[in-house]
Design a protein around this ligand. Sequence first.
Ligand code: BV8
Length: 279
Amino acid sequence: MRVPRRRLRLARYKKHRRQIHQRFRQHLFALDRLCAHTSGPLPKVVVLTGAGISAESGIRTFRASDGLWEEHHLEDVATPEGFARDPQRVQDFYNERRRQLQQPEIQPNPAHFALAKLEAALGENFLLITQNIDDLHERAGNHNIIHMHGELLKVRCCDSGQVLNWTGDLTVDDRCYCCQFPAALRPHVVWFGEMPLQMGDIYQALSEADYFVAIGTSGHVYPAAGFVQEAASRGVKTVELNLEPSQTESEFNEKHYGPASEVVPAWVDGLLQKIAYPA
Ligand code: BV8
């Protein structure tokens, strides 16, 4: 006899009640301590991440000497035209990256966890915009995330645009189940020449931010590379955290260079210190 889901959840809640309550209390306590100290409201922080934040987790970047664009022409594997010309080649490119992402050795690094800590402290005052299609931010514990260039563990119906979770390889023979005439599926990623996702939400958040922080991005690809100008034009404090100066480094007020796993936790702790003990 199948146990109703509600009863199951109740049983799980009863079993884990102590941990749930403890976690909730800790969260409240952190927020409370922060609010107790902060004279003003918590700052609004918008973070943009690129491939550099996942480099120390074992995911290759695009423009480094061992970058993806050294081995693949972006015109062939990351444009709608390339997909029309040779869909299996494009599927192979993303299948390889999807398989690698799910390898046990690919895990979030201290930079990812520092951003999860910042979201836990700031709550709705924190937004993470990522150009990355990996799921390391989610695995580190972030929730307020916009994947402006899509997600590797999702595919999309070429006709209806319906998005499905997908962990296996995708082939040109795979078909959707959402259309009368089953349609082809494509990786749920934004290719060059395509409009990035949730651009309205992104510009809204940039217009309300107190801090704009760009992490691990070279500033080559637009519109993401233009966000710092957008933020600076609204008097937002702009911070670059990267291994080396990016193409748009001159636009930033504050810059810290080094591996993300070091500069990001240091910057986050510095900000939380500043919030908790305002000068
Ligand atoms: C669009 C998904 C219309 C797929 C990607 C204006 C001027 C010029 C060109 C354009 C323009 N506007 C539009 C264009 C065209 C084009 C573009 O920008 N072309 C470039 C090449 C010149 N842009 C588009 O086509 C975009 N669409 O414009 O639509 C529109 C109109 C109006 C308003 C809105 C839209 C769509 C672009 C999205 C393409 N899809 N990805 C996939 O992943 O396969 S882009 C892809 O490449 C990534 O998502 C990312 O965006 C980009 C790579 O950049 P980074 O992440 O920065 O990585 P990179 O390797 O370059 O740099 C890594 C950095 O990390 C380095 O600085 C390095 O120093 C640092 N680093 C390395 N290790 C570490 C580290 N930092 C810290 N710690 C470490 N350990």
